[in-house]
Design a protein around this ligand. Structure first.
Ligand code: CAA
Length: 296
């Protein structure tokens, strides 16, 4: 099984990162978005990141141009018909993903490998929305995709072992380190990360320390690159809350359940960095201000 052309569906934060690393690894990459405007926005973000790498001297201008030339943004699903691997990275919504896979099933070539970048939804359920569940895997990247080394490769009860091997080799070609996970909610990383992040919020609710001090403590005391609240804002509070709900639904253990403060922040539209406010206010990006404790 050979992967020659890659398709990426969705060119947001994750999709644009996945498309960038695939094109950088030499794969002609077709990116599907819902509108011309979203195509342009996604491509612009990739160009900017590539330009930064050229400025830093990590990429030559020639390589930067070659990567861009390997990328094609489209709005028509039929343009994915030649792809050998199609990676879905759309919004983390069960219904939308199932609907998309049903629609793609009649368009993608029979030998294509189908993959979802979901962080928590069931791969088994998505694969059953297609007529070729044995060719379906989870391929979970981490944000920021160009920087984070890990990819979780999720195999289901029905995944063909050859498909699994091909995807493992593909992750290696992207310069990533794959780990194999089974299709249980949260896979490996979120199963361990979510209780830690939810516990940090509970520690805050119970007065263990301030947002800034808990962040500082975990960063400097444990050598984490980001404290839990900076990381929550980075992931997106809506995303973190939705992953927590899905993992809690499967295991029914209180450590996975989203605390009240997280739910209230999401209802109030404080989604983290992407909305400008979460546990911190990013009005001044160089000096984010923590949420006032009396407004929790
Ligand atoms: N895109 C591309 N490159 C980026 C980037 C981005 N969004 N953000 C930072 N970088 C690059 C920088 O250009 C820099 O590259 P060089 O070393 O070549 O100069 C490098 O990353 C380091 O960046 P900075 O010096 O600006 O900042 P930093 O040292 O604080 O690193 C970070 C930034 C890599 C994001 C680091 O803070 C980190 O690793 N944070 C933890 C991220 C994390 O845990 N991600 C997983 C979230 S969970 C998830 O994604 C899955 C899920 O299901 C929720």
């Amino acid at each position: 099984m050979q992967i020659r052309e890659v398709g990426v569906i969705g060119c947001g934060l994750m999709g644009s990162g996945i498309a960038q690393v695939a094109a950088t690894a030499g794969f002609p990459t077709v990116v599907l978005e819902a509108s011309e405007e979203l195509c342009q926005r996604g491509m612009h973000n990739i160009s900017q990141r590539l330009e930064r790498l050229v400025q830093k001297g990590t990429l030559s201008p020639h390589e930067g141009t070659a990567i861009q030339n390997r990328l094609k943004a489209v709005t028509d699903k039929s343009q994915l018909s030649n792809c050998d691997l199609v990676i879905e990275a759309i919004i983390e919504n069960r219904e939308e993903k199932l609907q998309l896979w049903r629609a793609l099933d009649g368009i993608l070539k029979r030998e294509a490998i189908l993959a979802s970048n979901t962080s928590s939804l069931s791969i088994t359920e998505m694969m059953m929305a297609t007529s070729r569940p044995e060719r379906f895997v989870g391929l979970h990247f981490f944000n920021p995709v160009p920087v984070m080394e890990l990819v979780e490769i999720v195999r289901t009860i029905l995944t063909d072992p050859q498909v699994h091997q091909t995807v493992l080799a593909f992750a290696g070609k992207l310069g990533k380190t794959p780990v194999c996970a089974s299709d249980s909610a949260g896979f490996i990383v979120n199963r361990l990360l979510i209780p830690y992040l939810m516990d940090a919020i509970r520690a805050l609710e119970q007065g263990a320390g301030s947002i800034a001090d808990i962040d500082r403590a975990m960063k400097l005391g444990c050598g984490h690159p980001m404290g839990p609240f900076v990381l929550l804002d980075f992931i997106g509070l809506d995303t973190a809350c939705s992953i927590a709900n899905i993992v809690f639904e499967e295991f029914r253990e209180p450590r996975f359940a989203p605390p009240g403060l997280l739910k209230r922040l999401v209802i109030a539209g404080r989604y983290g960095r992407k909305s400008g406010k979460g546990f911190y206010d990013y009005s001044d990006p160089n000096s984010p201000k923590p949420l006032e404790l009396d407004r929790r």
